[in-house]
Design a protein around this ligand. Structure first.
Ligand code: BGC
Length: 721
């Protein structure tokens, strides 16, 4: 066994982390703090409206302005309530949501999205943007799956770093959320999460760690749930030990909205700012009662100073004290809209394309049936905190109209109707159970339309009653009887395409069995409809790959198989350990309905000729895999190449394979490229609980170059000495 050198670790941390400011800034911070009264300091540590925390006017410290969320700058709310302020100046670009972004497997695009978000945040005078949301998709029915990226920690980390760097390049701080282990919405406000240190470090922390140590994230949001007994916003282990001590974090920890429960615990546990508790603001845990604790000597003023310093450090970084030099920002720029389109068009994931039904052959289609509620539904606004008041949102029907003009007649019928209506939290479950019956009148109408058309496209899936904060879904089933609709329409017209507008895995068995072509269209932002039309018509060749496994049955997913969701007596024990997502399916040999990393193209890719820089390596080496990738079809296209590693001899149970690298390669028809992918040997480590550190064990590993988690194209065995 080889343990990382402690020296190297600290050196790396010092080079890459949100490192200490040059002395002059730290001196300025100390000077400011020296001029502040205790009341003024505490005034900075809690909300003074729904989305601002206090400043100190007389010292030129403005209040700090926050905004949701991961995929767009949220509309302005009234200062003291959740009600929209009713402005006409706060509409924004709605960027694709988490899973769509992840399906691109393209961190450079996520960086661009970050820049777009950062510019919009600046134009709206925001200091902290509440994203990215990087929690792991432990169960596919978690309501916030659509906001999060993926079930895989490595992919999540790569995307998070892109987002953080993009946003912060615009003098806006990110707030990486929700730290940590907020993997279900059910009982999220109280549930107590238990897991091993190995599981925590290998699965649930990597994206947060990368966002901070590589991305330089300036703030982190403490989650609602508890972790090992303590609320996350009051957890010394998470906030003081892991974040600050282990990762060298020097920014601020902000609570999720109303996630604080105890003044002393929050103050000592590492929280800096309390947000979202019900007004009056003086009654926040981190307001008058914190003042009283300091006055009684139960919390030191030094600790308060540290918290204020953590905030001031952010303000210096985002140039809050030099407005003339600060990025001014821009709302709804053409560049942002183009980025939204690019992400949407790279995210769309083709699951089936029998007999090359797609792309649509425009000249052979006179009448096209457009079926389904999601053909015309706008999805930007809703889903609680992650809603965006979109400047515009192109629906799938509009997208097709935009791209087809008057050449093709579009016959639009509903096919099914959204009958659920999210009211609040507990109502949701009751409401949904009544929403599953097919509507046979609408189905008959859809069948008639499909019969009279050359082709039919069903735009089904979910909506923001299902892809939502504050509740989980009850099953993977498509709501409103959509499977009956799909069966009837595919019978009426065999040339039927199913497009799933959803941010999370749904049961696609009926679609895959009965429809010749199936696509995942995601919750795909302002330009989603245009991008979909471009893919359907072949101006864009799909290159998205699933960032999650679609299980054949919910019971096949580890936490459902083992009954470790949603917990018992207020506690949820992550007994499946590191076997989350494909790690479980592959290790236990369970066939998924569609595997993680899967996605088709209109062209074909051939992999050959794998070579390796070194087959016998030691801990600090980097293995470079080089191979040829050929586009052997007739469309230009992009392939997401994935590299998985399998540890062949290990002292602990390891997943059958784990994603360790990926790259997206673009090729013209007939083109061959030599592709190189680096796999640092250090990335083959597991978290060794006996030593409390990462360990790369000697022995053989297989490095698999793959087109999905279930399709290995080339394999190289290496030996670690
Ligand atoms: C969510 C956060 C969000 C906050 C403010 C909370 O309910 O969990 O993600 O940033 O509300 O809207």
């Amino acid at each position: 066994m080889k343990k990382y050198s402690v020296f190297l670790f600290w050196l790396m941390l010092a080079l890459t982390s949100c490192s200490a400011e040059p002395a002059s800034v730290e001196q300025k911070i100390n000077k400011l703090i020296g001029q502040m009264t205790l009341e003024e300091k505490i005034g900075m540590l809690h909300g003074n409206s729904k989305f601002t925390s206090g400043g100190v006017d007389r010292l030129g410290i403005g209040e700090i302005s926050y905004s949701d969320g991961p995929h767009g700058v949220r509309e302005e709310l009234e200062r003291d309530s959740w009600k929209p302020a009713g402005l006409t100046t706060d509409s924004a670009t709605y960027f694709p949501t988490g899973t769509a972004v992840a399906a691109t497997w393209n961190p450079e695009l996520v960086y661009k999205m970050g820049v777009g978000l950062g510019l919009e945040a600046r134009a709206r005078h925001k200091d902290i943007l509440l994203g990215p949301a990087v929690n792991i998709q432990r169960t596919p029915i978690c309501g916030r799956t659509y906001e999060y990226y993926t079930e895989d920690p490595y992919l999540s980390a790569r995307l998070a770093v892109g987002y953080v760097k993009g946003v912060q390049s615009c003098d806006v701080a990110v707030c990486v959320k929700h730290f940590a282990a907020n993997n279900q919405e059910k009982d999220r406000g109280t549930v107590d999460v238990r897991m091993s240190d190995r599981t925590l470090n290998e699965i649930y922390l990597p994206a947060f760690k990368a966002a901070i140590t590589e991305g330089g994230a300036l703030s982190v949001m403490g989650a609602y749930n508890r972790f090992r007994g303590d609320y996350c916003c009051e957890s010394d282990y998470l906030l003081n030990q892991i974040l600050r001590k282990n990762w060298g974090f020097q920014g601020a920890v902000v609570s999720d909205w109303a996630a604080v429960h105890n003044t002393r615990k929050a103050a000592l546990g590492g929280l800096d700012v309390e947000m979202g508790t019900n007004a009056p603001y003086s009654a926040f845990y981190m307001a008058d009662s914190l003042l009283a604790l300091v006055q009684r000597g139960e919390v030191s003023e030094e600790l308060i100073n540290e918290k204020v310093a953590n905030l001031l450090r952010i303000l210096f970084k985002i140039k809050a004290f030099e407005p003339e030099n600060r990025v001014k920002g821009e709302l709804n720029s053409a560049t942002s809209q183009q980025t939204a389109w690019q992400i949407a068009s790279e995210s769309i994931t083709l699951l089936k394309n029998q007999n090359d039904l797609l792309p649509l052959q425009r000249d052979k289609i006179k009448r096209l049936a457009i079926i389904g509620d999601n053909a015309t539904r706008k999805l930007a606004n809703g889903g609680f905190g992650a809603g965006v008041k979109a400047k515009y949102e192109i629906t799938p029907l509009q997208g097709l109209r935009n791209r087809l003009g008057n050449d093709v007649e579009l016959v639009h019928v509903k096919g099914y109707e959204k009958r659920s209506k999210v009211k609040y939290k507990n109502d949701i479950e009751r409401d949904r159970q009544t929403a599953d019956e097919p509507d046979y009148v609408l189905i008959a109408e859809a069948v008639e339309a499909a019969k009279t058309c050359d082709m039919a496209i069903i735009f089904g899936g979910l909506n923001l009653d299902y892809d939502t904060e504050a509740s989980d879904r009850l099953s993977l089933k498509l709501p409103y009887g959509q499977d009956s609709l799909i069966a009837a329409v595919t019978r009426a017209n065999p040339n039927t395409v199913v497009v799933l507008i959803a941010g999370s895995p749904v049961d696609v068995r009926t679609s895959l069995d009965l429809a010749p072509a199936v696509l995942y269209g995601w919750l795909n932002g302002s330009e989603g409809g245009n991008a979909l039309a471009d893919v359907l018509l072949g101006t864009v060749n799909p290159s998205g790959k699933l960032p999650f496994t679609i299980p054949a049955r919910l019971e096949d997913v580890s936490v459902h198989a083992l009954g470790t969701y949603p917990g018992v007596d207020g506690k949820v024990s992550y007994d499946e350990g590191v076997l989350v997502g494909y790690r479980w399916f592959d290790t236990k040999n369970i066939e998924p309905l569609v595997p993680f990393g899967f996605g088709l193209s209109y062209t074909r890719f051939e992999y050959s000729n794998l070579k390796t820089s070194n087959t016998t390596c030691s801990g600090n080496d980097v293995v470079t895999l080089t191979f040829d990738l050929k586009n052997s079809g007739s469309y230009a296209g992009a392939e997401v190449v994935q590299v998985y590693a399998a540890d062949l001899e290990s002292s602990v149970e390891r997943p059958a394979k784990e994603l360790r690298a990926f790259t997206k390669v673009r090729l013209e028809p007939g083109e061959v490229k030599s592709v190189s992918v680096d796999v640092p040997v250090s990335s083959l480590a597991f978290y060794n609980e006996t030593v409390g550190d990462w360990t790369v064990e000697p022995g053989d590993f297989d490095l698999m170059v793959a087109s999905s988690s279930r399709k290995t194209e080339l394999t190289q065995r290496i030996t670690i000495k």
